[in-house]
Design a protein around this ligand. Structure first.
Ligand code: UGA
Length: 433
């Protein structure tokens, strides 16, 4: 099948590449001329494990094309996926201007039946808005389908090629048939495709992300309480997770959730609720708890050192989580901001996300070329991202570099036994110290 993807951000690029890998001919459209030229030359604009290989393979096989010309792509395709940004507006609601502007253009360009698929995370009712917007400009028949994406950054290729489920929101039989054909390679291997109405599909995405944000935040509160009563969150987590109604995943406490999705989607669902006169109390509490959780170790650092002016802090990890260069809403940034305000000096190390932080913070902090150099003369180490390379460090080498043997671990990287013999003062989240 011939497919157009409008927008080559994380979701668009990964979806386009995956659909090409499944044998479709895919035209990726973006307004960023420079980015399109680079992609044509085989340069992948994002860091995502496994993506480059698949991307190059499909360009070579002439199944994956890049263009700035929406009309050209549209004319070649039966199905048009919209993978456009929906950033939070000032009031927290999702800004649909990119989506609706492309819908207008599609309306003006339609010459025959097409399916327009909303792949971006969009509030309930957006399929209706896209339909209305297109209809203003055309009498040609078309369908609008909601098909939310559930991929995780860092596992995008894996998640796209092997999703837990495919959600398709449409009540048009014609559209259902075509969407079923696109996802046939998945259904053939037993991955369920769940058809529903558009609004339920749109809400499924917000509900899933918000639920996961609540789950993490609940566990963070349990972890904080563990510290108060002398319990160990690792034990509690194992005990709880063994009930398969709860499950082991997404129960890892730490310095809060970040990224481009959970914070934005929780905010947007709260806002959509308010527009209907509905209060999502649990989500409001989640936002508040998470805001405090992100910087919970700053007060521990202060408790340990007193005045932070002139203290040298080594920071391991800048990305909002491991396996991505994404720093949007990263806890590292909240910690850096407050620590700098308190007069501390920070030397950070993150092999993948450093460039992105440099663009935002410049030389407000120093950057180390490797994890051990970051520790030179440091009064303590703060860990903000769970990169694998931090998991089993040489504690003797660490101690030889640092001024003081002190670790504040926001991602519970080490088993307590691991640190016990090293002589480090070790503070993690929700565990006995
Ligand atoms: C999330 C969802 O997991 C995807 O299903 C969804 O498609 C995506 O948002 C989206 O809406 O596009 P992502 O933002 O890539 O994916 O990251 P996650 O792996 O879900 O992690 C989110 C945050 O939660 C990170 O800051 C991570 O450190 C934190 N987290 C996760 C925890 O603190 N504890 C956990 O146990 C799990």
């Amino acid at each position: 099948m011939n497919i157009t993807i409008v927008g080559t951000g994380y979701v668009g690029l990964v979806t386009g590449t995956t659909l090409a890998e499944l044998g479709n001919t895919v035209y990726c459209v973006d307004i960023d001329f420079k980015k399109v030229e680079q992609m044509k030359q085989g340069i992948v604009p994002i860091y995502e494990p496994g993506l480059e290989e698949m991307f190059l393979r499909n360009i070579q096989a002439q199944r994956l094309f890049f263009t700035t010309d929406l009309r050209e792509a549209l004319n070649e395709s039966e199905v048009i996926y919209l993978a456009l940004p929906t950033p939070p507006g000032e009031d927290g609601s999702a800004d649909l201007s990119y989506v609706l502007s492309v819908a207008t253009q599609i309306g003006e360009m339609l010459t025959e039946y097409k399916i327009i698929v909303n792949k971006s995370t969009v509030p309930v009712g957006t399929a209706d808005k896209v339909r209305e917007t297109i209809s203003v400009h055309t009498n040609i028949e078309f369908d609008v389908v909601s098909n939310p994406e559930f991929l995780r950054e860092g596992f995008a290729v894996e998640d796209s090629m092997n999703p837990a489920r495919v959600i398709v929101g449409t009540e048009s039989e014609r559209a259902q048939e075509i969407m079923a054909k696109i996802y046939q390679p998945f259904t053939n291997t037993g991955i369920p495709i769940i058809f529903m109405d558009e609004k339920s599909s749109e809400l499924t995405k917000y509900a899933a992300n918000s639920f996961l944000a609540v789950k993490i935040t609940f566990m963070n509160e349990i972890a904080n309480y563990c510290e108060k009563v002398g319990a160990d969150v690792d034990k509690v987590r194992l005990g709880m997770g063994s009930d398969d109604r709860i499950g082991h995943r997404f129960l890892f406490p730490g310095i809060g959730y970040g990224g481009s999705c959970f914070p934005k989607d929780v905010k947007a669902l709260i806002k959509s609720g308010k527009q209907e006169g509905f209060d999502f109390q649990i989500l409001e509490a989640t936002e508040e708890v998470n805001k405090n959780q992100k910087v919970i170790l700053v007060s521990e650092i202060e408790k340990f050192f007193g005045d932070l002016a002139g203290k040298k802090i080594a920071l391991w990890g800048l990305a909002f989580k491991a396996n991505t260069d994404d720093i949007r809403e990263a806890s590292s940034l909240d910690n850096i901001k407050i620590l700098l305000e308190k007069g501390a000096k920070i030397t950070a190390y993150d092999a993948i996300a450093e460039d992105n932080v440099r663009r935002v913070l410049g030389d407000q902090i120093s950057y180390a070329p490797d994890m051990y150099s970051a520790l030179q003369d440091a009064d303590c180490l703060l860990i903000a991202t769970e990169w694998s390379e931090f998991k089993n460090p040489n504690f003797d080498l660490m101690a030889s570099k640092m001024n003081q043997k002190v670790i504040f671990d926001g991602r519970n990287m080490f088993a307590l036994e691991q640190v016990e013999d090293s002589g480090f003062h070790y503070k993690s989240i929700g565990r006995r110290t």
